[in-house]
Design a binder for this molecule. Structure first.
Ligand SMILES: Nc1ncnc2c1ncn2[C@@H]1O[C@H](COP(=O)(O)OP(=O)(O)OP(=O)(O)O)[C@@H](O)[C@H]1O
Length: 262
């Protein structure tokens, strides 16, 4: 089995358990999802519902207890260290809440670092498109400390996109930004999916941030329980409220998963 052309990443009945015995936690309880190419997908859900775990498993940053993960045509589950290193370097891009730029490098050097590490040439035309789209042309020789938080995150966005990965994973990318800078970063992520065909997967707590996505997946207790297409922020908020209030339905799902592992 491999990912089909239209699917950038896929989880197939993924289970993730942390710890063992009485301390065991089921973070993901049989999650199956296909992330279509060129789409911007947001993952939402209450605290502890498994959002980060799902993203980390999809990105090959964490192993799964059971099930399969694919990125493009690469089966991530079962890869050894060398394969995982290549996957993270060549097939996926990351945007973190804390930017994670190297302080001694300029913006330009930070953006091209993944290519340099992989021994790859910079595609100058694509580099120019990315840099102009994020509006960093006149900041390329600046170091991170000389940039605002919003500018630093835009450098991180450009770094994630410059190698044209199969998927860009963004973990609360606007969590440290003011609303104006956050809107710029979200607008950029949206355009990179629509105009450049980049697949984006973003974990967020913020209904407004999720409303920039083409698709919002809602997790609860390690299950995907709802999904919305191109929702408004209000619709996302309403759905989140509903998730809180449907404890009975939620516990039924949890009971089902619990019975197979506890
Ligand atoms: N390394 C770990 N060891 C043990 N339990 C863990 C570990 N990482 C996550 N968990 C547990 O797995 C469950 C899902 O955690 P996860 O971080 O994926 O949730 P989340 O939805 O991203 O939460 P948040 O919104 O608070 O970041 C939680 O119960 C959490 O306590």
């Amino acid at each position: 089995m491999s990912a089909s052309d239209g699917v950038a990443a896929r989880a197939v009945d993924v289970w993730k358990e942390y710890g063992s015995g009485d301390a065991a936690v089921t973070a993901l309880a049989g999650v199956s999802v296909e992330l279509e190419r060129s789409r911007f997908t947001a993952i939402m859900g209450p605290s502890g519902s498994g959002k980060s775990t799902l993203m980390h498993c999809l990105a090959g940053l964490d192993d799964v207890t059971r099930g399969e993960v694919w990125v493009g045509d690469t089966k991530v589950t079962g890869l050894r260290d060398k394969g995982l290193t290549e996957l993270r370097r060549d097939k996926v891009g990351f945007i973190f809440q804390q930017f994670n730029l190297l302080p001694t490098l300029t913006a330009e050097e930070n953006i091209t670092l993944p290519l340099a590490i992989g021994g790859k040439k910079v595609d100058q035309a694509w580099f120019d498109v990315v840099v102009d789209t994020v509006g960093l042309r006149d900041r390329l020789s600046h170091r991170p400390t000389q940039l605002s938080g919003g500018q630093q995150q835009r450098v991180a966005c450009a770094r994630a996109l410059v190698s044209r990965p199969d998927v860009v994973f963004a973990d609360e990318p606007t969590g440290n930004l003011d609303s104006q800078s956050g809107a710029e970063v979200l607008g950029f992520l949206q355009r990179s999916a629509r105009e450049f065909g980049q697949t984006i997967v973003m974990v967020t707590h913020d209904p407004n941030a999720a409303s920039y996505a083409d698709r919002v997946i809602f997790l609860k207790d390690g299950h995907i329980v709802r999904e919305l297409l191109s929702p408004s922020a209000d619709e996302v908020l309403e759905t989140m409220k509903h998730l809180d209030s449907v404890q009975v339905a939620g516990s039924q799902v949890v009971q089902h998963s619990g019975s197979s592992r506890v």
